[in-house]
Ligand binder design. Structure first.
Ligand code: APR
Ligand code: PHB
Length: 395
């Protein structure tokens, strides 16, 4: 077994793990990133693609925003579509100029991997059998295997950035008592199509057939989603069925409809809200999807991961550079306020825009009245806008 030493051992090379490694590297703090999948897998994994203003600023300040600024699509509004009419939420005007950037999560991942490799800092892909141990001691360890060789990394701290299905959360004792969860009775079928986006802005549609979302990735690629059943299978969704449902759910009275094109990717994503409030035990800290999940309706997943990492990186810098452990002691508490704000917003947007087959006619009318109010009143639209662009950091 090869024995290695680092300051911060990071499990997972998603946006959370890679951004933490980058922010630490800039302060001269040593870290290793250990990722189970291959580089090409993480660089091509299609996920969400909306960056909040605070995320855009942080990536720019950290020196990894250049490609995002040149290739990303800045947006100043979104649209809500129901009863055949589109209602624009003017994000910038309602929030004093804050906006969002449409830039795929895997593009952020590529930029962070490029930064790590150009710094010649340790980053291992295709790492097997990852286990964490001794988290209650001053020398927590990560055991793993890479290229047929067993390794043990002795660290000062471990960051569990290994997503919802990772192993780090399960290393924390007694998490059941600190876990909050809601599983939704629907999923999203998502496609990427080789078609120029027919609208400059995202369109969130509520329709009797179910929710639909029009989004995009580039001037040539449209991203579209349809609410489907959680136990649905891709085999049930031919390209023809997908396009005809999109036509129906996204139809607006002015004749707008999405451009069609070859479907180059299809996937079904279950919808879940989940928070593990115990985000730290001993010297193991959880960040991003390892600690919490939101349904994608509010586009908050990656932004929340960035918010945790901003707090964790700052706390580790305080520890190493200023011998101050206040941030580390209050890590979970400092993250959770923003986590719960985003949990509420994502749950609320999901509840307001999807069809629930178990709703009574009364509940259905209440849902419609709620959507009409938030889409058409300035106060309502401001609530959507300030949450959508992300509230300013509170510190
Ligand atoms: N060992 C090493 N790596 C692991 C392990 C393991 N045992 N288990 C999982 N991983 C890796 C995954 O392969 C993945 O690359 O951890 C990484 C976790 O990355 P993400 O799932 O992208 O999570 P995070 O970095 O927290 O980013 C959150 O991802 O799912 C989206 O909507 C979510 O946008 C949000 C973002
Ligand atoms: C996306 O483009 O993938 C996307 C956009 C907005 C969302 C969710 C996903 O709310």
């Amino acid at each position: 077994m090869r024995s290695l030493r680092t300051q911060v051992g990071i499990v997972g090379a998603g946006p959370a793990g890679l951004l933490l490694a980058h922010l630490l590297e800039r302060q001269g703090i040593a870290a290793v990133v250990l990722e189970a999948k291959s580089r090409s897998y993480v660089e091509e994994r299609i996920r969400a693609g909306v960056l909040e203003q605070g995320t855009i600023d942080l990536l720019n300040e950290a020196g990894v925003g250049a490609r995002m600024m040149s290739e990303g699509l800045p947006h100043e509004g979104i649209e809500l579509l129901f009863d055949g009419t589109r209602h624009r939420i003017d994000l910038a005007e309602l929030t004093g100029g804050r906006r969002i950037m449409v830039y795929g999560q895997h593009e952020v991942v590529k930029d962070l991997i490029a930064a790590r490799l150009s710094a010649e800092a340790p980053l291992y892909f295709e790492v097997d059998a990852v286990q964490v141990a001794d988290i209650d001691t001053a020398e927590p360890k990560i055991y793993c295997r890479h290229a047929g060789e067993d390794m043990v990394w002795t660290c000062d701290f471990i960051a569990g950035c290994d997503g919802f299905h990772g192993i780090c959360r399960t290393a924390l004792p007694d998490i059941a008592a600190h876990t909050f969860e809601r599983v939704y009775p629907f999923a999203w079928l998502g496609i990427l199509a080789k078609a120029a986006p027919a609208s400059e802005e995202l369109i969130y549609a509520s329709h009797p057939h179910g929710f639909a979302l029009f989004s995009m990735r580039s001037p040539q690629i449209t991203r579209l989603y349809l609410q489907c059943s959680p136990d649905d299978e891709l085999a049930n969704w031919s390209d023809e069925r997908i396009w005809s449902e999109l036509e129906v759910r996204l139809a607006s009275d002015d004749g707008w409809h999405p451009n069609k094109g070859e479907i180059i990717q299809k996937g079904i994503t279950p919808m879940r809200s989940f928070v593990c409030e115990k985000m730290q035990h001993g010297r193991l800290y959880l960040a991003g999807d390892a600690a919490h999940i939101v349904p994608p309706t509010g586009a908050k997943g990656m932004n929340l991961a960035v918010s945790d990492i901003r707090i964790l990186a700052r706390s580790l810098v305080q520890h190493y550079l200023h011998h101050d452990d206040t941030g580390l002691a209050h890590y979970a508490e400092n993250c959770l306020k923003r986590v719960w704000r985003a949990e509420h917003f994502s749950w609320w947007m999901t509840s307001m825009l999807h069809r629930f087959t178990d709703h009574s006619p009364f509940q259905q009318r209440i849902q419609e009245a709620e959507l009409r109010y938030f889409a058409t009143s300035r106060a309502g639209a401001t609530t959507i806008a300030e949450n959508y662009v992300g509230l300013p950091w509170s510190d």
